[in-house]
Write a protein that binds this ligand. Sequence first.
Ligand code: PLP
Length: 393
Amino acid sequence: MPIQTESNLIKKFPPYLFARLNAEKLAARRQGKDVIDFTMGNPDNPTPQPIVDKLIEVVQDKKSHRYSTSKGIPALLKAVSRWYDRKYGVSINPYTEAVSVIGSKEGLGHLGLAVLNRGDKVLVPNPTYPIHHYSVIIAGGQLVSVPILDGPEAFLKALFKAHAKAKPRPKMVILNFPHNPTTVSVEQAFFKEIVAWAKKSQILVVHDLAYADIVFDGYKSPSFLATPGAKDVGIEVFTLSKSYNMAGWRIGFAAGHAKVIASLARLKSYMDYGIFTPIQVAAITALDSPEENLRKLAAIYQERRDIMAAGLNKMGWPVEKPKAAMYLWAKVPPRFSKMNSLDFSMMLLKDAEVGVSPGSGFGSLGEGYVRIALVENKDRIRQALRNIKKLFS
Ligand SMILES: Cc1ncc(COP(=O)(O)O)c(C=O)c1O
């Protein structure tokens, strides 16, 4: 008998969709091609200097080199509480209602294991950011997929219908607004309906607020926890990756329902020793930083959005301008509509040296779309537009 190298669980993870695209990207770069890369939501701007300075200051303190605390140092959890109060008027008890996570991907990944039992059903948007699906798979749960492409009202209807139809009844729903990849965004009233329904149906709500601050044209993205009663039915997860350009630092937090937070914190205490203390302290500087910085950051993405959307529309690739998030979510252009989203993305990479993500990587209903992450500067966006235009002439 050969040694066993794959669990049944690991077999459920298809080779990462982006693997083929990444291999192609790497090959192109090896040939000296300058790929303009809009594939990942990986912010290209640097972390603000005061946050970097704080990390350097704290790392010089030899006491900071020891194991940290898995739940998050108290000063960070207090900063989370201040952050919620300042931004959303939400009161969070730092000792019982907040936990730090090693990026929200890790937090969401482990959440399923902390709160679900094998076979539990979970309502998840389709398409969506992959960990929303895989958190359920990792925990041995069953996905109940809810179409999101037609906007918030249609999503809400589909959600209630899918819940009513599913047997046994789903235990949890994972939401994410502003949504990756579709950029669908909601108003506070949406969460009021969610909270009322969740109370009635006794379903746990998990809201991923990754793009809270990447908002355009005066739009404000609501916090789920700002809805009265939300803490009784759910939690919210936030990442510092996007708002503070800290993607590589791996830090975020979850807050809300005390028992859910306690379960996640307990699981994590068996899994990790917490984020490196200097990173946790620097995260406090980030969370306490002026809102003005966030508006400047959003303005950078807004300008990129405008240039990209105007350029694509002009060449005959119809795209809409999103209200929030750092993406354009676009149908494969009409003249290439016979291609699936992966083949179209591969062609853009080969023939235009432009990388985008195929929509099918985010779920079956993402087929026919691509996601363009606005993580290249204005000049490179203009260059990408010139390259793409050649395919349209
Ligand atoms: C919706 C959403 N949630 C979570 C994440 C991951 O964030 P983190 O860097 O905190 O793991 C991303 C990253 O793209 C995202 O788009």
